[in-house]
Design a protein around this ligand. Structure first.
Ligand code: AMP
Length: 227
Protein backbone atom coordinates (compact mmCIF):
# COMPACT_ATOMS: atom_id res chain seq x y z
CA UNK A 1 0.00 0.00 0.00
CA UNK A 2 1.27 3.42 -0.87
CA UNK A 3 1.77 6.15 1.71
CA UNK A 4 -0.53 9.09 1.09
CA UNK A 5 0.04 12.82 1.18
CA UNK A 6 -3.28 14.61 1.08
CA UNK A 7 -3.22 18.00 -0.56
CA UNK A 8 -6.59 19.63 -0.18
CA UNK A 9 -8.34 22.75 1.02
CA UNK A 10 -9.88 22.77 4.51
CA UNK A 11 -13.03 20.58 4.76
CA UNK A 12 -12.38 18.79 1.45
CA UNK A 13 -12.87 15.41 3.14
CA UNK A 14 -9.32 14.42 4.13
CA UNK A 15 -10.40 13.51 7.67
CA UNK A 16 -13.34 11.37 6.56
CA UNK A 17 -11.33 9.49 3.94
CA UNK A 18 -8.46 9.05 6.38
CA UNK A 19 -10.85 7.52 8.96
CA UNK A 20 -11.98 5.04 6.32
CA UNK A 21 -8.41 4.04 5.45
CA UNK A 22 -7.40 3.75 9.11
CA UNK A 23 -10.40 1.55 9.88
CA UNK A 24 -10.08 -0.73 6.87
CA UNK A 25 -6.38 -0.81 6.09
CA UNK A 26 -4.66 0.18 9.34
CA UNK A 27 -3.07 3.33 8.05
CA UNK A 28 -1.59 5.74 10.58
CA UNK A 29 -3.24 9.14 10.17
CA UNK A 30 -1.09 12.16 10.95
CA UNK A 31 -3.07 15.40 10.89
CA UNK A 32 -0.84 18.38 11.63
CA UNK A 33 -3.97 20.43 12.45
CA UNK A 34 -4.94 17.85 15.13
CA UNK A 35 -1.40 17.85 16.52
CA UNK A 36 -1.42 21.63 16.81
CA UNK A 37 -4.91 21.71 18.37
CA UNK A 38 -3.73 19.18 21.00
CA UNK A 39 -0.85 21.49 21.86
CA UNK A 40 -3.31 24.39 22.14
CA UNK A 41 -5.59 22.30 24.39
CA UNK A 42 -2.64 21.50 26.68
CA UNK A 43 -2.52 25.21 27.61
CA UNK A 44 1.29 25.39 27.19
CA UNK A 45 3.08 28.62 26.22
CA UNK A 46 3.76 27.08 22.79
CA UNK A 47 0.06 26.21 22.54
CA UNK A 48 -0.88 29.85 23.17
CA UNK A 49 1.49 30.99 20.42
CA UNK A 50 0.04 28.41 18.04
CA UNK A 51 -3.50 29.48 18.93
CA UNK A 52 -2.74 33.10 18.02
CA UNK A 53 -1.97 31.94 14.46
CA UNK A 54 -4.59 29.20 14.02
CA UNK A 55 -7.37 31.43 15.30
CA UNK A 56 -6.82 33.90 12.45
CA UNK A 57 -6.25 31.26 9.76
CA UNK A 58 -2.47 31.80 9.45
CA UNK A 59 0.15 29.06 9.16
CA UNK A 60 2.49 28.21 12.03
CA UNK A 61 6.23 28.34 11.27
CA UNK A 62 7.78 25.78 8.94
CA UNK A 63 10.44 25.09 11.54
CA UNK A 64 7.93 24.01 14.18
CA UNK A 65 5.79 21.88 11.91
CA UNK A 66 8.76 20.15 10.28
CA UNK A 67 10.11 19.28 13.72
CA UNK A 68 6.72 17.81 14.74
CA UNK A 69 6.32 15.74 11.56
CA UNK A 70 9.92 14.56 11.58
CA UNK A 71 9.67 13.19 15.11
CA UNK A 72 6.41 11.35 14.23
CA UNK A 73 7.87 9.83 11.03
CA UNK A 74 10.91 8.61 12.90
CA UNK A 75 8.83 7.42 15.87
CA UNK A 76 5.24 6.15 15.90
CA UNK A 77 4.88 6.05 12.13
CA UNK A 78 8.07 4.13 11.42
CA UNK A 79 7.50 1.07 9.19
CA UNK A 80 3.74 1.71 9.03
CA UNK A 81 1.67 2.93 6.09
CA UNK A 82 0.81 6.56 6.77
CA UNK A 83 -1.41 9.40 5.67
CA UNK A 84 -0.11 12.95 5.94
CA UNK A 85 -3.06 15.30 6.30
CA UNK A 86 -2.33 19.03 6.31
CA UNK A 87 1.38 18.66 5.56
CA UNK A 88 3.18 19.90 3.51
CA UNK A 89 1.55 23.30 3.18
CA UNK A 90 4.53 25.26 1.80
CA UNK A 91 7.14 24.47 -0.82
CA UNK A 92 9.82 24.50 1.88
CA UNK A 93 7.84 21.90 3.87
CA UNK A 94 7.54 19.73 0.73
CA UNK A 95 11.30 19.89 0.13
CA UNK A 96 12.06 19.09 3.76
CA UNK A 97 9.60 16.20 3.63
CA UNK A 98 11.51 14.77 0.66
CA UNK A 99 14.70 14.86 2.69
CA UNK A 100 13.00 13.11 5.61
CA UNK A 101 11.53 10.40 3.36
CA UNK A 102 14.88 9.88 1.62
CA UNK A 103 16.63 9.47 4.94
CA UNK A 104 14.04 6.92 6.00
CA UNK A 105 14.22 5.12 2.60
CA UNK A 106 10.52 5.66 1.96
CA UNK A 107 9.72 6.02 -1.73
CA UNK A 108 6.26 4.51 -2.02
CA UNK A 109 4.27 7.73 -1.85
CA UNK A 110 1.36 9.21 -3.76
CA UNK A 111 0.08 12.77 -3.48
CA UNK A 112 -3.71 12.97 -3.67
CA UNK A 113 -5.26 16.33 -4.46
CA UNK A 114 -8.93 16.48 -3.43
CA UNK A 115 -10.62 18.99 -5.66
CA UNK A 116 -13.66 20.79 -4.15
CA UNK A 117 -15.02 24.23 -5.06
CA UNK A 118 -15.14 27.11 -2.57
CA UNK A 119 -18.94 27.23 -2.20
CA UNK A 120 -19.16 23.51 -1.34
CA UNK A 121 -16.23 23.79 1.10
CA UNK A 122 -17.86 26.67 2.90
CA UNK A 123 -21.09 24.71 3.28
CA UNK A 124 -19.14 21.74 4.67
CA UNK A 125 -17.20 23.92 7.11
CA UNK A 126 -20.39 25.41 8.50
CA UNK A 127 -21.92 21.94 8.99
CA UNK A 128 -18.82 20.33 10.49
CA UNK A 129 -18.57 19.14 14.10
CA UNK A 130 -15.61 17.19 15.49
CA UNK A 131 -14.87 14.94 18.43
CA UNK A 132 -12.39 16.68 20.77
CA UNK A 133 -11.18 13.29 22.07
CA UNK A 134 -10.79 10.87 19.13
CA UNK A 135 -10.80 13.67 16.49
CA UNK A 136 -13.44 12.04 14.30
CA UNK A 137 -15.18 14.53 12.06
CA UNK A 138 -18.94 14.65 11.26
CA UNK A 139 -21.15 16.73 9.03
CA UNK A 140 -24.64 17.71 10.18
CA UNK A 141 -25.78 18.46 6.62
CA UNK A 142 -24.83 15.05 5.21
CA UNK A 143 -26.98 12.06 6.31
CA UNK A 144 -24.01 9.72 5.70
CA UNK A 145 -21.73 11.76 7.94
CA UNK A 146 -24.09 12.70 10.79
CA UNK A 147 -23.55 11.22 14.28
CA UNK A 148 -26.10 8.51 15.16
CA UNK A 149 -27.09 10.35 18.34
CA UNK A 150 -27.22 14.16 18.14
CA UNK A 151 -24.02 15.78 19.41
CA UNK A 152 -22.39 12.52 20.57
CA UNK A 153 -19.36 10.86 18.95
CA UNK A 154 -20.31 7.41 17.52
CA UNK A 155 -16.82 6.13 18.18
CA UNK A 156 -15.98 7.25 21.71
CA UNK A 157 -19.13 8.87 23.19
CA UNK A 158 -17.62 12.34 23.75
CA UNK A 159 -19.68 15.49 23.20
CA UNK A 160 -19.04 16.91 19.74
CA UNK A 161 -17.79 20.46 19.20
CA UNK A 162 -17.40 23.00 16.44
CA UNK A 163 -13.83 23.98 15.62
CA UNK A 164 -13.12 27.60 16.58
CA UNK A 165 -11.73 28.28 13.08
CA UNK A 166 -14.77 26.78 11.29
CA UNK A 167 -16.57 30.04 10.60
CA UNK A 168 -17.04 31.92 7.35
CA UNK A 169 -14.56 34.73 7.95
CA UNK A 170 -11.65 32.58 9.12
CA UNK A 171 -12.45 29.90 6.57
CA UNK A 172 -12.01 32.43 3.75
CA UNK A 173 -8.61 33.42 5.16
CA UNK A 174 -7.59 29.73 5.45
CA UNK A 175 -8.74 29.14 1.90
CA UNK A 176 -6.68 32.08 0.58
CA UNK A 177 -3.63 30.82 2.49
CA UNK A 178 -4.22 27.41 0.93
CA UNK A 179 -4.50 28.79 -2.62
CA UNK A 180 -1.35 30.88 -2.28
CA UNK A 181 0.88 28.00 -1.22
CA UNK A 182 -0.72 25.03 -2.93
CA UNK A 183 -0.15 25.98 -6.56
CA UNK A 184 3.60 25.70 -6.03
CA UNK A 185 3.34 22.43 -4.14
CA UNK A 186 1.08 20.90 -6.78
CA UNK A 187 3.54 21.87 -9.48
CA UNK A 188 6.37 20.40 -7.41
CA UNK A 189 4.64 17.01 -7.09
CA UNK A 190 3.32 17.08 -10.64
CA UNK A 191 6.90 17.46 -11.91
CA UNK A 192 7.81 14.41 -9.84
CA UNK A 193 4.84 12.51 -11.36
CA UNK A 194 3.40 11.85 -7.91
CA UNK A 195 0.24 13.95 -8.13
CA UNK A 196 -3.21 12.41 -8.63
CA UNK A 197 -6.36 14.57 -8.71
CA UNK A 198 -9.59 13.23 -7.25
CA UNK A 199 -12.98 14.92 -7.57
CA UNK A 200 -13.86 15.48 -3.90
CA UNK A 201 -17.50 16.28 -4.68
CA UNK A 202 -18.37 12.76 -5.88
CA UNK A 203 -20.40 10.36 -3.78
CA UNK A 204 -18.25 9.18 -0.88
CA UNK A 205 -18.23 5.49 -1.87
CA UNK A 206 -16.95 6.41 -5.32
CA UNK A 207 -14.16 8.45 -3.77
CA UNK A 208 -13.22 5.50 -1.55
CA UNK A 209 -13.13 3.24 -4.63
CA UNK A 210 -10.90 5.65 -6.49
CA UNK A 211 -8.51 6.11 -3.58
CA UNK A 212 -8.32 2.34 -3.06
CA UNK A 213 -7.28 1.84 -6.64
CA UNK A 214 -4.73 4.70 -6.39
CA UNK A 215 -3.04 3.13 -3.35
CA UNK A 216 -3.14 -0.34 -4.89
CA UNK A 217 -5.68 -2.02 -2.61
CA UNK A 218 -7.80 -3.71 -5.26
CA UNK A 219 -4.82 -5.13 -7.09
CA UNK A 220 -3.12 -6.29 -3.90
CA UNK A 221 -5.98 -7.95 -2.06
CA UNK A 222 -8.83 -8.17 -4.54
CA UNK A 223 -11.25 -7.02 -1.85
CA UNK A 224 -12.55 -3.65 -0.77
CA UNK A 225 -13.13 -2.14 2.64
CA UNK A 226 -16.43 -1.93 4.49
CA UNK A 227 -18.13 1.32 3.45
P1 AMP B 1 -6.19 21.89 9.49
O1 AMP B 1 -6.83 21.11 10.60
O2 AMP B 1 -5.31 21.04 8.60
O3 AMP B 1 -7.21 22.71 8.70
O4 AMP B 1 -5.19 22.94 10.18
C1 AMP B 1 -5.66 23.93 11.07
C2 AMP B 1 -4.63 25.04 11.21
O5 AMP B 1 -3.39 24.52 11.74
C3 AMP B 1 -4.22 25.71 9.91
O6 AMP B 1 -5.14 26.73 9.52
C4 AMP B 1 -2.85 26.27 10.28
O7 AMP B 1 -3.00 27.42 11.09
C5 AMP B 1 -2.26 25.17 11.16
N1 AMP B 1 -1.50 24.16 10.36
C6 AMP B 1 -1.86 22.87 10.12
N2 AMP B 1 -0.94 22.23 9.36
C7 AMP B 1 0.02 23.15 9.10
C8 AMP B 1 1.25 23.14 8.35
N3 AMP B 1 1.65 22.03 7.68
N4 AMP B 1 1.98 24.26 8.31
C9 AMP B 1 1.62 25.37 8.98
N5 AMP B 1 0.47 25.47 9.69
C10 AMP B 1 -0.33 24.38 9.77
Amino acid sequence: MKNIIFLAPPAAGKGTISDYLVKNYHYEHLSTGDLLRSEVASGSALGREINDLISVGKLVSDELIIQLVSSKLEGELKNKPFILDGFPRTLNQAQKLDEMLNNLHIDDVVVVYLDVSLDILLKRVLGRVVCPDCKRSYNLDNPLLKPQVDNICDRCGAILERRADDNEEIFKERYQTFLLSTKQIMQYYDDKKLLVKVDGTKELNLIYDEIESIIGISTLTGKRGEK
